[in-house]
Ligand binder design. Structure first.
Ligand code: FES
Length: 161
């Protein structure tokens, strides 16, 4: 996403965004949102470009990007699997699920597969403890999920199963 043939970040994709917001002062947040929609996350070179073009400090841009949970500074996969490791889910087996995911897809929490298909994250209690252990694949909540079913669903979602 947003990458040229030689693998570099295609910063020219931002031209249209700057053009759109050029009359609007203080448009940092919508510009960050558009940038994330283009690249899938906010790479450092894009944050620097935004700071340069808006004439604000890079510190300010980072400050805003890290303050809001909607922004990601790390590359994220096309699909995101969240495993709940709050107390109830932990007791009911999230560590087993995590190990299975790590072994199957070769990634740890917070990481993304090399093909950019899957990011795995840990979350802490999403208020559905009665359904523990809970996993969320993209927007699909899966309660009382077992290892085999979880792996099957993830593989299907990322087109590997
Ligand atoms: S601990 Fe997982 S939903 Fe509450």
């Amino acid at each position: 996403m947003g990458v040229t043939n030689n693998g570099a970040m295609d910063l020219s994709l931002m031209d249209e965004v700057f053009e759109k917001y050029k009359e609007q002062r203080g448009a940092l947040i919508p510009i960050l949102q558009k940038a994330q929609a283009i690249y899938g996350y906010l790479p450092p070179e894009v944050l620097k470009l935004i700071a340069d073009r808006l004439g604000v400090s890079i510190g300010k841009v980072y400050g805003v990007a890290t303050f809001y949970a909607q922004f990601y500074l790390e590359r994220r996969g096309k699909h995101v699997l969240r495993l709940c490791d709050g107390t109830a889910c932990h007791v009911k087996g999230t560590p087993v699920l995590m190990t299975a995911v790590e072994e199957e897809f070769n990634i740890s929490p917070g990481e993304t597969t090399d093909d950019g298909q899957l990011t795995v994250e840990i979350i802490y209690c999403m208020g559905s403890c009665a359904l523990a252990p809970v996993a969320v694949l993209d927007n699909q909540v899966m309660g009382r999920i077992r290892q085999e079913m979880l792996l099957r669903k993830v593989k299907k979602q990322i087109g590997a199963g």
